[in-house]
Design a protein. Structure first.
Length: 183
């Protein structure tokens, strides 16, 4: 069976939730700061001051309230994108309702196959229907994610110098609908 992509406004299937939990636990420390050190998915203070708990339980509890795009291989979750469909971005004089991507994880064994790009493409179709731009944030040294964001036409809209610690900026990206769909 080929790789499948699935959209869930609310993820309730216990097996799929377990798959998301497994990926969160395995890749917790691939994030800066680790997901287990965060109180919630939209936390603005991301400096390394918070102590990581053993597992990203608080983060997972917050994720369960969000929408999901899943990547499945024979019903096993091998990747996911979580997002908030009604996030209001405020910066300077701007206030924009967006679809805000909070987490993207693809299992290491499946990376390099365009799955993250495809997840963003699936999300763009949802954004077109809702007539909202897509937003996300990452850290300045997350080169693989930034490469995907540039590839799909997202642009940097805000940078918080040292937002995640010395030399680690927090960078916000947005893609407006009028820029057209990805290929």
């Amino acid at each position: 069976m080929p790789i499948q992509y699935r959209y869930d406004e609310t993820l309730t299937d216990p097996a799929l939730l377990e798959g998301v939990w497994d990926l969160l636990c395995r890749y917790d420390h691939a994030f800066v700061p680790p997901l287990s050190a965060r109180e919630h998915t939209y936390q603005s203070d991301l400096t390394a001051g918070a102590a990581a708990t053993a597992l990203p339980k608080r983060y997972f509890d917050e994720l369960k309230e969000q929408a999901f795009l899943l990547v499945l291989d024979r019903e096993q979750v091998i990747g996911f994108m979580s997002f908030r469909p009604h996030y209001v971005f405020e910066h300077a004089d701007e206030r924009v309702e967006t679809i805000y991507v909070t987490t993207v994880i693809v299992d290491e064994a499946y990376r390099g196959q365009g799955m993250t790009t495809r997840l963003y493409g699936e999300l763009e179709a949802i954004a077109q229907q809702k007539k909202r731009p897509i937003m996300t944030r990452t850290w300045s040294t997350n080169h693989s994610h930034i490469r995907v964001l540039h590839k799909i036409g997202m642009r940097e809209v805000q940078r918080i110098q040292d937002g995640r610690g010395p030399g680690l900026d927090t960078v916000y990206y947005r893609k407006d609908l009028q820029e057209g769909p990805t290929s």
